[in-house]
Design a protein around this ligand. Structure first.
Ligand SMILES: Cc1ncc(COP(=O)(O)O)c(C=O)c1O
Length: 382
């Protein structure tokens, strides 16, 4: 096999960037402006760039929004997952059940906390784990279930929480893209022993990169905080209690986060409107099914997802028109880092047939019309 050099990596990133630059309708883009600039300027004028008052404000406000007692900001959701697992006492040889249909952050954080990711299939109706898919892979070594709110969706979460409790397992809720989503009248991030959020640039609110861990368990939060701060309680304390990490976010980022919170109601409303608009426009195309988020929840769609006979072919056509589309999560069990043999038919089918359509709040109705018209032309040429 050809050796991958650093210049190959740079070239493929440049190719990716120029492909994205050709997208006249982006798959996603953040909406940042004057308020973000004002608060970032305030941070610069204060001359304290590491975590400070905006970070505490961002944490406190998110704990309230998510009906959680405590929250800790992180550099990203992956760092929050690793720290949370370490704080739960997850160790070498422990198994954690994780959907193969997930972000690489999920199996990677399990592996990097020393445990073994045990892959399970998902339900195609929800894109999430079910009790049945969990029961297929549970063993005596299972210590936790990592539930992934794929594309912001959930299903049976309350039953899975109860099931984990009955088996004395931890329930970790990766609701990275599910902020502001509710399920059974409760915020989605309020479920689980702990939950994590991401504020990457494609999330409902963004800090560029960023994450948050939320929990009601103070002992867990204290440990999480220590792992985040290099193994010490806080900056200014020299005693290293754990072999920790520097997983801190910066004040510049959380100032952006605080500014984004003001606009969040609009982002949520617009994302739901965009989904409804696509549903209306795509309903008559025989080969297209718009993914339905769980009606038992007030879900905020992370992306508008459609299922078609061959995702690759449709994506190539839409890309050629400058429409920013993305594939769904690639099955994690078959990645070179994991290479697990097993039967994950739903995960594989979702990857082959699912397409993420442009869904940023900045999208205009005209943009959506064009995307839908292009899909119609692909399947029903005149
Ligand atoms: C379900 C899920 N988990 C984890 C992550 C990783 O988040 P981060 O990039 O903040 O580490 C993402 C990011 O998109 C995600 O969608």
């Amino acid at each position: 096999m050809k050796k991958h050099t650093h210049s190959d990596v740079v070239t493929s990133y440049q190719a990716y960037k120029s492909r994205v630059a050709r997208e006249t309708i982006p798959c996603y883009e953040p909406s940042i402006g004057k308020e973000e600039l004002r608060l970032v300027t305030d941070v610069i004028q204060r001359n304290w760039l590491s975590e400070n008052k905006y970070t505490r404000e961002f944490e406190n406000r998110l704990a309230k929004i998510c009906s959680r007692k405590y929250s800790v900001a992180f550099a990203n959701a992956t760092a929050a997952l690793i720290s949370g697992m370490k704080a739960l006492g997850i160790k070498g040889g422990d198994e954690i059940i994780v959907p193969s249909f997930s972000h690489s952050a999920d199996p990677n954080s399990i592996s990097n906390s020393g445990a073994i990711p045990v892959f399970a299939d998902v339900d195609p109706a929800s894109l999430c784990l079910t009790r049945q898919t969990i029961e297929k892979v549970i063993t005596k070594k299972t210590k936790a279930i990592l539930y992934v709110c794929a594309y912001g969706n959930v299903s049976d979460l309350e039953h899975i929480v109860a099931y984990a409790k009955s088996k004395k397992l931890f329930l970790i809720n990766d609701c990275a893209p599910a902020l502001f989503g509710n399920y059974k009248q409760k915020p989605i991030p309020s479920y689980g022993d702990f939950s994590v959020l991401s504020f990457f640039a494609d999330k409902t609110i963004t800090t560029g990169e960023g994450g948050m861990l939320l929990s009601n368990n103070l002992a867990l939060i204290n440990k999480v905080n220590t792992y985040k701060h290099d193994g010490r309680k806080e900056r200014g304390v020299d005693l290293i209690e754990y072999k920790g990490y520097n997983f801190r976010i910066t004040e510049l980022q959380t100032a952006v986060g605080v500014a984004q919170l003001k606009k969040a109601p609009y982002f949520v409303k617009r994302k739901k409107e965009i989904l409804r608009y696509y549903q209306k426009k795509l309903t008559d195309i025989k080969n297209v099914r718009v993914f339905s988020f769980n009606p038992d929840g007030a879900i905020v769609p992370h992306r508008v997802v459609i299922f078609v006979p061959n995702a690759k072919k449709l994506m190539a056509y839409l890309t050629s028109l400058g429409i920013g589309v993305r594939s769904m999560f690639m099955p994690m069990h078959s990645m070179p880092a994991y290479k697990i043999k097993g039967d994950f038919p739903n995960t594989q089918e979702i990857y082959k047939t699912g397409v993420c359509l442009p869904s940023a709040p900045s999208l205009t109705d005209k943009n959506i019309e064009f995307v839908c018209q292009s899909i119609k032309e692909f399947y029903e040429p005149r």
